[in-house]
Design a protein around this ligand. Structure first.
Ligand code: AMP
Ligand code: ZN
Length: 488
């Protein structure tokens, strides 16, 4: 079955052909680590986690690069005082690199909670300043960039005059760009309004700055992704992803930088994930319309009636295609929770029961498998895949009531496939299993404390622990191997 991917560049679904046989290079723009990631950010990273998991499941070897933007991301392109890291470090009275560390740790923690796999390389912008200086120099040498007051800008008109097309990814034309570029501070340094910064000069008052051939300064945001993707994936690689809102100017600039530098389009397939909305509005820090991931998981927020386990959030996100807008709401989350519980119940029935052997299956596992893979390979259509999984779920409930039959081989296949799709590909987790693990760990702590009490002859406390657990239906049993427990 051929994999089809919607390519933002062509605006069409295309058959996916990797550059090198089975090995894929995939680059996804990472977070700007100057504040906590909101749930919208998590959706985009989860969309690409699902895509990564799917590619691996389909047999590809994936080099998955996701960067950390820890320098150079201005709130607008003109004013160096709008450096997000410098602003936040003033606000929190921390060093900019303390800000970077604090929110990188938060980012990793949050992604782990939602069961996202780490990328295979996670480079940082500050770790690649030299590469960015080299790229800037190369663009100047080739005549695509110019220096002005210690800053360096990409010359968009020059780029277009050589038969290239700035705006090809976001489908904007150059006149429109001239008309729509705001007159910002620093623009007087540019030849033309749509030109974008490769290097920004910074005064000693600006804390995050590095030496360069053009004086002290820092690299522009668009340049870091070109520098890091080229370094780890080459001048031309297979897949580049990011949220829809990054298409312009960020990704447009990456295309221009890559083509100008190396004479080839840097990316074969551009993939853009759609936005998470709340109350119909895009989730965003700047408008205040956002929820932090841990607020949803803990239940401490004003939008949802209760707390939701991270895997329910993941299931809810997976129920929408990555290219569709998803509106998160209390009702949708409650419905997802119900659906997920039914899915898990079916899995338990399937794995914990012996079904009578039958010569015939009343469920065509082969055709069902094909339908699942055709959803997965049709531009990673998770909602259709989930709909197919529920056909199997309905069958399993009937199988339990002896209303359906299955052969031994089909049963084996069904188990493997469901396990793969649910846990490996969709990245869902069995809540009960996790809870059992936690309960086990908690009881081990109590058993240790009781043993310590007994050793220090505090029998009053040790008996109290035993009796109170017993009152809750948990019996401790002392044996030669140590203490075990049983739950009634
Ligand atoms: P940032 O840290 O601002 O660069 O954003 C990190 C990622 O989150 C980018 O790929 C954005 O496109 C994405 N993003 C931002 N807001 C949303 C949203 N409301 N829904 C989905 N993705 C978003
Ligand atoms: Zn990027």
């Amino acid at each position: 079955m051929k994999l089809k991917i919607y390519n933002s560049l062509s605006g069409e679904k295309e058959i996916f052909t990797p550059i090198h046989d089975n090995s894929i290079g995939m680059y996804v723009c990472g977070p700007t680590v100057y504040s906590n990631v909101h749930l919208g950010n998590v959706r985009t990273f989860m969309s690409f986690d699902f895509i990564y998991r799917s590619l691996v499941h389909l047999g590809y070897k994936v080099r998955y690069v996701r960067n950390i933007t820890d320098a150079g991301h201005l709130t607008d392109d003109g004013d160096v005082n709008n450096d997000r890291f410098v602003k936040q470090s003033r606000l929190e009275k921390l060093e900019p690199m303390e800000i970077v560390q604090k929110y990188t740790v938060d980012f990793h923690k949050v992604l782990e909670v939602f069961n996202l796999l780490p990328p295979t390389i996670e480079p940082t912008a500050t770790g690649h300043i030299l590469e960015q200086i080299e790229l800037t120099q190369k663009l100047i040498d080739k005549g695509f960039a110019y220096e002005s007051n210690g800053s360096v800008y990409f010359d968009v008109l020059e780029y277009n005059s050589r038969g290239l097309n700035y705006g090809e990814l976001s489908r904007r034309n150059i006149d429109e760009l001239f008309a729509n570029t705001r007159d910002l501070d620093g623009q007087s340094e540019k030849k033309n309004a749509p030109d974008f910064a490769l290097w920004k000069s910074a005064s000693p008052a600006h804390i995050m700055r590095w030496n360069s051939p053009w004086g002290e300064g820092f690299p522009g945001w668009h340049l870091e992704c070109t520098a890091m993707s080229t370094k780890y994936l080459g001048e031309r690689f297979d897949i580049h992803g990011g949220g829809m809102d990054l298409k312009f100017p960020h990704h447009e600039c990456e295309v221009a930088q890559g083509k100008a530098c190396n004479g080839v389009a840097p990316v074969n397939y551009w993939m853009h994930a759609n936005m998470l909305t709340m109350n119909g509005q895009r989730m965003s820090k700047s408008t205040g319309n956002y929820i932090l991931p841990m607020e949803l998981v803990s239940g401490s927020n004003d939008f949802f009636e209760k707390a939701f386990h991270p895997t329910i959030v993941r299931f809810n996100f997976m129920q929408a295609h990555y290219r569709s807008v998803l509106d998160i709401s209390n009702d949708a989350m409650v419905a997802s929770e119900k659906g997920f519980q039914r899915l898990m119940e079916a899995m338990k029935i399937l794995f914990n029961n012996d079904f009578p052997n039958s010569d015939v299956s009343s469920f065509d596992v082969g055709t069902w498998k094909e339908k699942c893979y055709s959803a997965l390979t049709d531009d990673f259509n998770s909602p259709i895949l989930i709909a197919h999984l529920f056909e199997a779920v309905n069958f399993i409930f009937k199988l339990k009531d002896n209303k359906e039959t299955i052969t031994e081989n089909d049963l084996k296949d069904l188990k493997v496939l469901l396990n793969d799709f649910v846990f490996d590909v969709l990245g869902l987790q069995d809540i009960e299993e996790n809870n059992n693990e936690k309960l086990d760990q908690t009881l081990q702590v109590l058993i240790d404390l009781r043993n310590q009490a007994r050793q220090s002859k505090n029998f009053e406390l040790s008996d109290q622990i035993r009796d109170r657990l017993l009152a809750e239906g948990i019996e401790l049993k002392d044996g030669r191997e140590g203490t075990s427990y049983s739950i009634s």
